[in-house]
Design a protein around this ligand. Sequence first.
Ligand code: GLN
Length: 189
Amino acid sequence: MNIGVLALQGSVAEHLKMIKSVNKKINAVPVKTIDELASVDGLIIPGGESTTLRKLMDDFDLFTPVRERIVAGMPVWGTCAGLILLANRVEGELPYFSLLDAEVKRNAYGRQIDSFVTEGDFDGMYINMVFIRAPQITRVGDGVEVLAEYDGKPVAVRQGNILATAFHPEMTKDNRVHKYFIGMADSKE
Ligand code: GLN
């Protein structure tokens, strides 16, 4: 199985390392081209800066091919900036992929100095959650399952083949959320 990480900007190396730590037989593939995209069974859109990621994806002609793969059922996981790109409403901005029925507010958990680590339940697993200038999920649609909450608000959600987290599991030593995502891709095969 090949799991891709969109490799234009952001926490790419950390995600690739985590994927390999789950199972050495899984290929962790940096994705920058349409051919690389075609080779993967699941894609992680990493954290970074969503404005930059939008621009780079447009420049690399990846918007339509990535969107089409997601619509066709490819498992996708957006962390932080990746969540912003998947949401169908972004406060004060136009949405990008507009595939996840959720509304987000960018940088709502504070500025860089306010980045923080907390812990909580993710689908029955107790994990550390690293927030870095994270977006807040301010509304989710009926078809969206909430997998984790912080301060009474969803911070990890799933809608079918789409997983999104406001926090960064790749910044911890715990690979269980990566394992969860790989499980989504595995059950597609
Ligand atoms: N603040 C970034 C944005 O709005 C997201 C931060 C992150 O991905 N760590 O795009």
